[in-house]
Every structure is written in C-alpha cells, then in structure tokens.
Design a protein around this ligand. Sequence first.
Ligand code: 4AD
Ligand code: MG
Length: 479
Amino acid sequence: MFNTRVKVKDLLAAEPQSQQVTAMGWVRTFRNNQFIALNDGSTNSNLQVVVALGSHDEAFLKRITPGASLKVTGELVPSLGKGQKSELKAVSLEILGECNPEKYPLQLKNRPSLEYLREIAHLRFRTNTFGAVFRIRHTLAFAVHKFFNERGFVYLHTPIITASDAEGAGEMFRVTTLPFDNPPRNGDGTVDFREDFFGRSSNLTVSGQLEGELGAMAFSEIYTFGPTFRAENSNTARHLAEFWMIEPEMAFHDLEDNMNLAEDFIRYLIGYTMEHNREDLEFLAQRLADEEKQKPQAERSDMGLIEKLEFVVNNRFERITYTEAIDILLQSPAYKKKKFQYEVKWGIDMQSEHERYLVEKHFKKPVIVTGYPKHIKAFYMRQNDDGKTVAAMDILVPGIGEIVGGSQREERLEKLETRMEEMHIPTEEMWWYLDTRRFGAVPHAGFGLGFERMMLFVTGMTNIRDVIAFPRTPKSAEF
Ligand code: 4AD
Ligand code: MG
C-alpha cells in the first residue's frame, strides 16, 4: 500500500513530534553512509533522512546512490543539523529502484549545463532548476484558467487539425495520410487532396483565433489554451515549432478594452505565481543572479528576478503607437551610432533588436505598441481610418520582446472581404468565418499570449527550450 506516503513538502511543513511517517522519493545525495537527501518533486527542498550507523549492512547502503528511489518509514524528529527544521530518523529503508551510478547520466555534483540537460530532458525534471521551472509552469497554467473562470469566460477547445491558415503566414505543418512518394495527382501535376484523409489539404493549427471568434459571437467571452504549431525555421531562443498559446476573444470589446484585459491578465499571472511558488522563484532568482555575475557589467540587468516581477505587477505598461515607436528608434543614440543591424523606417516589421531597445533601454518596462502598418499584420485586424494602419497591439517585455499579439477584429464584412482578396486569402473556403460578419456582427477583439514566452519572463530562464518539457524545434523532436 502506497497511500500512506506523506509528501516531502508536507513533512517539511509539519511539526516534528516523533510521529511515524513514510516518505518516498529519489535520492539526491547520500553523505557519510548516514544522511540521505530525498526529493519527491513536491518542493525544491530535500528531506534529510538519517540512517543510524550500523543499522544496515554495507552492501545494502552501497545501493543507495543518487537517482535511486526509496521508501522510508521512520520518526519525524527535530533536526540537530543546520538548514532544516526536521529530519526523518529511518526505522525501515526499502530500495524501490536502484540507479547504477556508472550509467546514470545526471551527476549533480558537476553542475550540469542547461545544454547538457536538454540532451537528457527525460531526467532533467530531477534537478532543482527544472523542478522549480515545471512547478511554476503548472501554477501558471492553473492561474490562466482561474483568471478567465473568475471573469465568466468560456473555455473553448478549438481544433488542432484545421484546413485554414489563421495567420495567413503559411508556416504550417501538413497533416496527411497520402503516400508521400507517390501521391494521387490532378491533371496539372499538383497533388489531389480530395483523396486525402479529410478530402482537402489540412494542417496543424497555427492559432485557435478564428474558431475562437465564432465562440465569442455566442458566449460573448471565450478563451482557448492549447498547443499551436509553426513551421517557421527560426532557430532562436524564443521560437518553438510546438508552443502553447492562450487566446481570449471578446465580443463588445475594442482595442483599449483588449489592452486593459491583456495587462490585467499578465499582472494576475505573475501575482499568482509570486504568491504560490515563492520558494521556486527565489531559487530561480538566485540562479539568475549567479549567472549574471559571469557577465560583463554593462550586460547585467539592474533588477533581480523578483524585483522585476514586483515592478511589473505594480506599474502600468507604457502605451505607444507604432509611429511613435519608429520615431523613438530614429532619435535613439543606438540608431545614430549605427548599432542596429536592420533598417529602421516607417513600415518595417520591427526586429527583436528594435523591440528590445524600446523596452530595455528606452522605457525600461513593458510596452504596448498599437497601430501597426496593415501590410505587416494579419488580414483580420480592424482597419483604421487612415487607410494605412490597423487596430493591432503587441505587448513587448524586457528580455524577450513580443509576448502578446492581438487586435480589434474587422467586423465590417465588406472591408474584411476586400482585405482578404488583397491578401489572397480564399474567401469561399472561409465562408463560415465571414458568416459571423453577416449574422449579428459586433465589435470584438482578442489576443494571443505565448505561454512559453510568459514562462521565460516569469522564471528568468533565457532559452525557450528550457521552459517546455520536450521542446520541438528545427531538426529536433527527441523524447
Ligand atoms: O502574434 P501571433 O502570431 O498572434 C496570433 O497567433 C493571433 N492569432 C493571436 C490572437 O490575436 N488571438 O502569436 C501570439 C503570441 C506571440 O506574441 C508570441 O508570444 C507567441 O504567440 N508565439 C510563439 N511562441 C513560441 N514560439 C513561436 N514560434 C511563436 N510564435 C508566436
Ligand atoms: Mg505577433
């Protein structure tokens, strides 16, 4: 019977009164044939298990190695050593699974690098860093649902397989059962997708937004939270081929309502995590501080992780238009000293160096940029009266750049159809989307928050591969 187990987290919180308890977990270290640091993932802190000298024979103790799993029953007593309130005086020790130290790839003694740990991602949850990261990931996901539930949003599961390209960017993974070496062909040599599983060309979704809009036209406010897929070949520390996105969509909202919601949402997620994962955040803050010490003075950030998070919770985001952003860049010392690699002029799709200059050097806080040129944004964004820009908003944050992309949607049928035609989006195939503009259209808006980008921001980790359990990136789909 395993149910008598008490989690390490609860044991460490309990008053030690020599009560008999059972703990289970994995050995982190075993010192002097006497002190076992046991971890079960419920907290970053280990339970100290004390083995009385002479209570077990040498051959048995030799099998208690880092990574081995144990069942320990004993007395929870006040600890004599420093660093912990209580410890578990072992009465019975059972090895559930051995772990051959010659073969175990996770040797914590040598402080494995994050790069190495990516190669053994199946074991990296057993480190302090990844323990903290993935407990925070859980908390953040929970907080997402809590936030929207408290506000009466309906959680809508939008499809993973679709036949439309929501962003119109063409960066999709095809879903097919056709034989790729010899697919059926049309007279003109193109592949005949009528023969395919869905009777048409289909792909993994890049965004649940379009279906989300359909939901918002009935429930008023919905959100999606699921995996999305992009076949963009960007091998950066901020892009994944499979990432999780939260997409709320709200009827009766304009761009400003949209920005207010997005800002409240980000603050809420951070506040909730600070409240519930303090120990993990403190561990990651220390980790980041140690890492910063290796950097030259000029590259170090002025704030620690916790300070940064507190700052974001307590300060409004800056709001500027795209046109203002470009002006700031053109006036910047960085531009004048030709420090930017990419061109700056009205109409560019800002590169991450530009976004980071705005948030890290100029404003030193999150910034919401609105009113982007229409030619760099998706077809569904509401057109502004100037004929050049759309009611888009991107939220940029220090250290990462874009974390949210959103807009007010074009609810005027004629304008939407014209824009789709200009952008070569097939209007017949999208009849169902256009129907919402025919049958009771309302002003509406929404946004997408990249969950892993949010994770980067909250944990202070710098590579997106380290905040998702098993990252999918170009040329990499291990595990
Ligand atoms: O700006 P994006 O492309 O916007 C949309 O997909 C809209 N349909 C959202 C909406 O209005 N409902 O993506 C939204 C966010 C980005 O701001 C970024 O945080 C994240 O998704 N993102 C990625 N995260 C990791 N890897 C990638 N390849 C990402 N592409 C976008
Ligand atoms: Mg975007």
